[in-house]
Design a protein around this ligand. Structure first.
Ligand code: HSE
Length: 299
């Protein structure tokens, strides 16, 4: 009987101006232990861990991804027993749905014959998610700048600067990405578009070259954060925070979590938690390394 384990990381998308384009992998991994069952057996699912889902959303994301990858070669997955251990807060802007999809793709990729190339995985997750900024780093790890070109996704992946860490403050309410996208305008003034082109380019250059002192300016955004601030109490105060070791602050993905990129030992997370508390919102702080790994397979 074939048995193996796979894991994929949480991700933080946008990092301010890189809306739908820039994302990074975080050292917080959802893991699945997989057993291939005899033909005709009933599939079995088990969820555990601090963020075990309370409804079937994560399982559905995984199944959809597995079936999509098999369907592309005209096959269906075998019956499986899958035990998932999840530490990634779901619906909080940490790439929970992309992690579910990436985990499903990782399981199917380990089993499918022929095994898919990485490009098929990055393209498939971009179709499943609708944009590449969480899905691609969940598969390849590190920091990713990605664009959709027709049916393809074209990306650059690089390792994070050595001193970079993330402190993510996770509030005790969730925000469906669909709703957080619906509040955005359909069109923007040219000056705001130009502002974001410049800042996103500076952000990518700062991260790729290790010029982390540029991040404070580079992480400013006019495309989504000003609109999403209406459902994230205290966001403008967090974006303006200044404390030793803090490099830059952004809404994590579509929110409501907020991410600070920091040097080790920074207390930005505590400050952001205090700002949430001042607005009556309970939260917790995750202090995380940037993950160089995307899909990791054991066995
Ligand atoms: N780029 C996406 C957004 C990330 O901001 O809506 C969340 O899926």
């Amino acid at each position: 009987m074939k048995r193996f384990a796979v894991s994929v990381p949480a991700t933080s998308a946008n990092l301010g101006p890189g809306f739908d384009t820039i994302g990074l992998a975080l050292d917080l991994r959802i893991r699945a232990d997989v057993r291939v069952l005899d033909a005709g057996s009933e599939p079995a699912w088990e969820f555990s861990g601090p963020e075990a889902p309370t409804h079937g959303g994560l399982r559905d994301e995984m199944l959809r991804a597995m079936r999509t990858l098999y369907a592309s070669v005209g096959q269906t997955p075998p019956p499986l027993a899958i035990a998932v251990e999840n530490p990634i807060p779901l619906g909080r802007g940490l790439g929970g749905s992309a992690a579910g999809a990436a985990l499903g793709l990782a399981i199917a990729a380990a089993l499918r014959d022929p095994e898919p190339a990485i490009e098929e995985l990055t393209r498939t997750i971009t179709v499943l998610e609708g944009h590449p900024d969480n899905g691609v780093p969940a598969i390849v790890g590190g920091i990713v700048v990605a664009v959709s070109e027709g049916e393809d996704v074209v990306y650059a992946r690089f390792d994070a600067p050595a001193e970079l860490r993330a402190q993510v403050v996770v509030p005790d309410f969730s925000m469906p990405t669909r709703e957080a996208r619906a509040i955005l305008p359909d069109a923007y003034p040219r000056r705001d578009a130009v502002y974001n082109v410049g800042h996103a380019a500076l952000l990518a250059a700062a991260l790729a070259s290790g010029q982390v002192d540029l991040l404070r300016t580079a992480m400013r955004d006019r495309l989504h954060q000003p609109f999403r601030a209406s459902f994230v109490p205290g966001l403008p105060e967090m974006l303006a925070l200044d404390t030793p070791g803090l490099l830059g602050v952004a809404l994590s993905g579509a929110g409501p979590s907020v991410i600070a990129l920091v040097r080790p030992g920074c207390d930005a997370g505590e400050h952001m938690q205090a700002i949430f508390a001042k607005h009556g919102v309970a939260s917790r702080v995750l202090d995380l390394a940037i993950s160089a790994g995307g899909i990791v397979r054991e066995g």
